[in-house]
Design a binder for this molecule. Structure first.
Ligand code: WTA
Length: 650
């Protein structure tokens, strides 16, 4: 058994919500959660209609859920609403009008506060810029921005006019931008000259230029925000400056009422095969999921400063930096740069200065902070914190305890939230005032989430037996399809086990019904909380002229959760030069982005294959982790390959 799982099975520490937290919490007891959960499963229409009525609808729905064409879900059929109106305009008539919607800090240290009224003004003006540039309802718009308020403004402006945004993480390469442009058939790109990261400037506009050189696809317009002041090229007739465009528009831009199933965004994420897939989310259900989870899971209050550290390039940034908090009228704090810039104290300094109350971050960051040393957080007053969240990968008990003690001062509940790009919103999580937590367990399903652990035949397994994590009922914020490839949607999520959504994760459930997520059991790696398909990295590797064949596996990594190990065979006649390994790593970085760079590239004469030619990943994983190769090798074609691969590096 893997050491990680062993330690989880013996984890017995239980943390009950503290009395003073419970007093103010929305859901105050397990019994109250149980009752609401029961209703959400038995009478989903009633439950979700009540929650949805807290949003602003331009036209009421006629039916809560249409599942007659499963696995295609329609939520709030016939209803109309606008996400930007719900996130902004709705708050303007009351005390939230002049409350901070976004507080931002740039990496070099500048600060900005944008109230709801100001955000309204900016989003309306920029939506008019989009219109002026002939971007229409239904058009796809690629957003490639640093973590600055304008990234949120761009997303909300798209939502206001019914354009479909596709945010691409600023760490992705021009090749990745090109692929996403092609797949989404985007007509415009919103970007910035550059963004700050660890003291240097990321040349965002240049990456966009390079992508457009590879293939301009259908892009007619590039709108550039001036952030870093670095020199850039402006292509006459195609590129325009954001600030110049603003001179031509006014602030009058009524939100367009949109069908509840109107597409809101496409977000690309890695799967176990092929290129990243464009996960499509729609309007009503998605917004409800983001709204409801921020309300119940983060149990937000009007006076909170809430900080989710995710980049808007990931789904966590969509649901928990922008849409969820703003739909709740919360103050969302945004930080542009790296956690260790100029030193490992940056996060803690921000929390002290901004009096942050809720912090939502990833285990990989927590483990990096642990390594950097307790002296950094201990220098700062973190007493404003009242709730902590974790997302993106399993949090090991040691990291959980450190987060609890050193950051939370032993008083803050931790919500370990399990979900995915595809689920749109948090699916399995404690509710902080109601559910006792155990380090490393994501505990119980959120309202309306019918999660179960099943075996390969789809049968639910008994407590503490590992299996596949599935969702058996549709939920409002679920993905609707893979953009442009509906067959892949059905195949990837609904075919493994008939009639249910298979998430790609392995997990077990204990006798109290708590879920313990083990991690991906498909060919998807989770590197520092980022999803990476082994096949994506492999195709990047074989696009290097020296590489004949490649197989990529994950190996446990103390900080990143998983590291990437590439086994590579070279084309005949290629010499292993001292620089080749680094060159291949850099090549993968250029093709996908720095996060995909293999930690280790191992040259091999051959890869272990079955007689039918399939690469035996299980063996490679064991080799990559430094384990002795065990288990069945009878189907292996050439046993000597193993001996060679296991031999120490030249
Ligand atoms: C993993 C991120 C354990 C999981 C929101 C999932 C987690 C993948 C947790 C989705 C958690 C996310 N505990 N594992 N609390 N949260 N994961 O699409 O393997 O970037 O399938 O969405 O992250 O990653 P994605």
């Amino acid at each position: 058994m893997n050491k990680n799982i062993e330690s989880l099975l013996s984890e017995k520490r239980v943390f009950k919500p503290a009395k003073d937290f419970v007093k103010k919490a929305r859901i105050k007891s397990k019994a109250q959660y149980d009752e609401m959960y029961r209703e959400s499963i038995a009478k989903p229409d009633k439950f979700w209609a009540r929650e949805a009525s807290e949003l602003l609808w331009n036209k009421k729905w006629t039916k809560v859920l249409d599942w007659s064409k499963a696995p295609v879900a329609k939520w709030f059929v016939g209803g109309q609403l606008n996400v930007s109106e719900n996130c902004i305009d709705r708050h303007l008539d009351g005390p939230r009008r002049n409350k901070a919607a976004i507080i931002w800090e740039g990496e070099p240290g500048e600060k900005r506060t944008i109230t709801y009224a100001q955000l309204h003004d900016q989003v309306c003006r920029f939506a008019n810029v989009l219109k002026r540039n002939k971007i229409k309802k239904g058009d796809r718009v690629l957003i490639y921005m640093p973590m600055i308020p304008e990234a949120a403004v761009a997303m909300l402006a798209c939502a206001r006019i019914g354009a479909v945004h596709s945010v691409v993480f600023g760490g992705f390469s021009s090749e990745s931008i090109k692929d996403r442009l092609h797949d989404s058939k985007a007509v415009a790109i919103i970007t910035a000259d550059g963004g700050y990261r660890r003291g240097s400037i990321v040349p965002l506009k240049k990456n966009v230029d390079d992508a457009l050189k590879l293939s301009a696809a259908e892009v007619k317009r590039v709108i550039v925000f001036r952030r870093a002041g670095n020199d850039i090229h402006i292509e006459e007739g195609r590129d325009v400056w954001w600030h110049r465009e603003l001179e031509y528009v006014d602030a009058n831009c009524p939100p367009v009422p949109l069908d509840s199933e109107h597409p809101l965004f496409i977000l690309y994420t890695s799967g176990s095969t092929g290129k990243p897939k464009g996960v499509l989310h729609t309007t009503g259900g998605y917004l409800l999921g983001a709204y409801c989870t921020v309300k119940y899971v983060f149990d937000v209050r009007d006076e909170d400063v809430y900080w989710c550290t995710a980049d808007i390039g990931w789904v966590t940034g969509h649901s928990y930096v922008v849409y969820g908090p703003l739909a709740n009228g919360v103050t969302s704090f945004m930080y542009e740069g790296a956690p260790n810039w100029p030193d490992w104290g940056r996060f803690w300094q921000i929390i002290e200065q901004e009096r942050v109350n809720i912090l939502y971050t990833a285990p990989t960051a927590i483990r990096a902070f642990i390594r950097a040393g307790d002296q950094w957080p201990l220098k700062h007053d973190l007493s404003s914190l009242r709730l902590l969240g974790s997302v993106g990968e399993p949090i090991n008990p040691e990291a959980w305890m450190w987060y609890h003690n050193i950051i939370g001062g032993g008083r803050c509940p931790i919500v370990d939230t399990w979900w995915q790009t595809e689920t749109g919103a948090i699916m399995i999580t404690p509710l902080p005032g109601a559910i006792p937590t155990i380090p490393s367990s994501a505990t119980l399903p959120f309202f309306g989430v019918d999660a179960a652990i099943v075996d390969d035949s789809g049968k639910e397994v008994p407590p503490n037996v590992g299996g596949k994590l599935v969702i058996r009922k549709p939920w409002p914020s679920m993905l609707r399809t893979i953009y442009g490839d509906h067959a892949r949607y059905k195949q990837a999520y609904w075919s493994e086990i008939k009639g249910v959504y298979f998430a790609g994760d392995g997990a077990r459930r204990d006798k109290d019904g708590y879920f313990w997520i083990v991690g991906r059991i498909d060919d998807v790696l989770n590197v520092a909380g980022h999803r990476l398909g082994t096949s994506e990295v492999e195709s990047a590797l074989v696009s290097h002229p020296a590489v004949a064949e490649a197989a990529v596996v994950g190996r446990p990594d103390e900080i990143k959760g998983q590291g990437v190990v590439a086994f590579v065979t070279l084309k005949t006649g290629t010499k292993v030069t001292p620089g080749l390994r680094e060159e291949i790593r850099a090549h993968v970085g250029n093709v996908i982005g720095p996060i995909a760079k293999p930690d280790d590239v191992r040259f091999a004469d051959a890869l272990p294959k079955t007689r039918s030619g399939k690469i035996m990943r299980r063996l490679l994983k064991q080799i990559a982790s430094g384990e002795v190769v065990t288990g069945d090798t009878t189907t292996l074609e050439d046993l000597s390959v193993i001996a060679k691969l296991s031999a120490p590096e030249e």
